[in-house]
Design a protein around this ligand. Structure first.
Ligand code: ADP
Ligand code: MG
Length: 233
């Protein structure tokens, strides 16, 4: 899928929220490393994809009407056998149809369970006055409870990117904490610049949410992505 095709899908369906798979395809074009994510239309297909990519896997609801997948019972992690995958497929479908009877469901996405890293979030929001604004922070409870994030107005310089990573309170986590490996910060700086450039070139993008990104010693991987397009770019 290329960028034009994705934009077209959204236009034709009148959607502004892209699904995880569509959002990841778009983020790939921006130079972001996303994990391979495939759509399954049945439990059997989810099992055969899982066998191809290798266990353990993660299943997630694929619906443009479900914004927060795990809140709705739409995410099942660390599935180790075909049997677990089959059951997770049915459980997700049941939970989502109970909670969102009207939702359009494309299927269920299948991806490899990623190895743990330092969880971060990277986001774009559009401010009425300043236009696109980039956010960077630690993921999980750090963003929800501590609000430990930094902001810069797009476009970013390399200096902005370096600075916004270093000014969050949780920065010491990136340097290696209690035996955890340190994180490759130059890759993260590159990502921030790539996203800033991509957003600058594509004014139809209203919001981007990469949450979480796993940051490692040797790279980074976005395992969830959500893109919202502007109604009238
Ligand atoms: P949502 O944000 O819509 O609730 P996510 O795709 O972010 O759904 O999944 C919820 C949580 O599950 C993530 O915050 C992350 O901790 C975990 N997770 C999601 N995908 C993976 C994956 N491929 N590997 C490991 N953990 C994952
Ligand atoms: Mg998420």
């Amino acid at each position: 899928m290329n960028k034009l095709q994705i934009m077209k899908i959204a236009r034709n369906t009148g959607r502004s929220l892209l699904t995880e798979i569509e959002s990841k395809e778009l983020m790939k074009l921006a130079g972001i490393n996303v994990n391979d994510t495939k759509l399954a239309a049945s439990g059997e297909e989810a099992i055969s994809i899982s066998r191809q990519i290798g266990f353990p896997v993660v299943l997630k609801i694929a619906s443009p009407d479900v914004v927060h997948k795990s809140d709705a019972g739409g995410v099942k992690l660390n599935l180790k056998t075909s049997k677990q995958v089959g059951k997770a497929y049915d459980d997700i479908m049941q939970a989502i149809t109970a909670k969102y009877p009207q939702a359009i469901i494309q299927g269920i996405s299948v991806q490899k369970m990623a190895r743990p890293g330092v969880e971060i979030i990277i986001g774009i929001s559009t401010d009425a006055q300043f236009g696109p604004v980039l956010m960077f922070g630690l993921g999980g409870i750090f963003v929800e409870i501590m609000k430990d994030v930094s902001f810069r107005i797009v476009p970013l310089t390399r200096y902005d990117a370096a600075e916004m990573i270093r000014e969050i309170k949780g920065y010491p986590l990136f340097e290696g904490y209690r035996g955890q490996e340190p994180v490759n910060l130059s890759i993260l700086e590159e990502w921030l610049i790539n996203i800033s450039d991509f957003v600058e070139k594509n004014p139809e993008l209203q919001e981007i949410d990469l949450n979480p990104v796993f940051a490692y010693k040797d790279g980074a991987l976005a395992v969830d992505a959500r893109v919202i397009l502007r109604a009238n770019p």
